[in-house]
Design a protein around this ligand. Structure first.
Ligand code: TXA
Ligand code: MG
Length: 363
């Protein structure tokens, strides 16, 4: 079935006039009605665009899997607008979970909690006994959830396997005709998905997926907690704790490799590889930090910003991967960064986008 995907512009807070605010309010009310009644609406969050559906409605949630082409054993994150929205959705949880909410919500932290049986659609949890919940730090997302009056299940609003959308235009590319509407709130902030954590006992926090809330931020906020970072890699374990992490994800259409090593060695290796591919008639792309981007030669060299600002690279990564696709690039090489701060999530996504193709040059 082809839907007529409606686009509402709800960005532009700075120059907001009274009539603009009224229109945006009306757009949000319409979108929220659609969600409540079982439709699919894409909306901006501070991380990436989400594809939202009423988490209590199995038909609606089934629509998400269908629109995305997503495997059904990959559970969805439930989005709430206030802590009281949790009442009725989850079973009693350890105090540490409550402290995490107080410190990091609204924000890019998804907390895996014990789910109350028979409330959420079983498709949301993929029949696990837990549910991942987060409160997004974005006025449009929060207002949409509030007005819809139901918990909103939302994965990233991309076709399964493609880079997550950081612009409404990315959502259109992937899902136009497959969903009811898109709230266009402009570019998302972080640019990578939320951090997913699970609690272990009274003091343990296990990071299942690195993301917008860094490991360093967690340690700083909870010096008494035992924090374990163990994201699943693409070497798919039999029973992944965070099922989504086992799939090839975020991938551009071209073949991507990450090259690690001394800068000069990386530059000559990548340029040589690109020369060879070009000679074979393959369109080439390179992803680099601005310190060195002028040193590379390929059909398309994209700049992630300064190495000293991994936040900028996180913000740009998915858009860049999509740009390579648009340009029909067949082979892509990317520089690596230090897995510190948001650089940890950045490297996690890059390595997954590359299907594990991480090449370490001799020191
Ligand atoms: O930033 C984000 O988290 C975005 C925005 C839209 O909120 N959402 C997002 O959703 O990235 P998605 O579906 O693309 O990724 C959800 C991740 C998957 O890796 C999934 O396996 C994991 O969260 N997850 C969901 N429920 C889980 C659970 N009960 N236990 C463990 N992992 C879970
Ligand atoms: Mg996703």
């Amino acid at each position: 079935m082809v839907l007529n995907t409606k686009v509402w512009i709800v960005q532009d807070k700075e120059s907001a006039t009274a009539s603009y605010a009224q229109e945006a309010g009306e757009a949000l009310r319409q979108a929220a009605d659609i969600v409540r009644q079982g439709g699919l609406i894409a909306f901006p969050t501070e991380t990436v665009y989400g594809l939202g559906a009423n988490a209590l409605n199995t038909e609606a949630v089934a629509g998400i899997f269908q629109a995305k082409g997503r495997p059904s054993d990959n559970p969805l994150i439930v989005h709430v607008a206030s802590e009281t929205d949790l009442d009725g959705l989850v079973l009693p949880y350890p105090p540490l979970a409550g402290r995490l909410m107080k410190r990091f919500w609204p924000g890019p932290l998804t907390i895996v909690l014990p789910v109350r049986p028979d409330v959420l659609s079983p498709l949301v949890t993929a029949n696990l006994r837990t549910v991942g919940i987060r409160m997004p730090d974005h006025p449009v997302a929060l207002e949409l959830i509030k007005l819809a009056g139901c918990p909103v299940a939302a994965p990233s609003a991309n076709r399964s396997g493609r880079p997550s959308p950081t612009l409404a235009a990315h959502v259109m590319e992937d899902l136009s005709g497959r969903i009811d509407g898109i709230l266009d709130g402009g570019a998302t902030g972080v640019g990578l998905e939320s951090t997913v954590v699970e609690l272990e006992g009274e003091r343990g926090i296990r990071i299942l997926r690195p993301g917008g809330v860094t490991e360093e931020a967690l340690r700083l906020a909870f010096p008494d907690a035992e924090i374990v970072s163990e994201p699943e890699t693409s070497a798919a374990p039999e029973k992944p704790r965070s099922p989504g992490m086992k799939y090839t994800h975020y991938a551009p259409k071209g073949e991507l490799s990450i090259i690690q090593g001394q800068p000069e060695a990386v530059i000559s290796y990548v340029n040589e590889q690109a020369r060879q591919s070009k000679a074979d008639g393959v369109a080439t792309g390179i992803l680099s930090f601005s310190e060195r981007s002028s040193r590379y030669e390929a059909d398309l060299v994209l700049d992630l910003g300064s190495e000293s600002k991994p936040e900028e690279a996180a913000h740009r990564l998915y858009g860049a991967l999509r740009q390579f696709d648009e340009a029909g690039i067949g082979r892509i090489w990317s520089e690596a960064c230090r897995p510190e701060g948001i650089g940890d999530a950045l490297m996690n996504r890059l390595v997954k986008a590359a299907g594990g193709m991480l090449i370490e040059l001799d020191k």
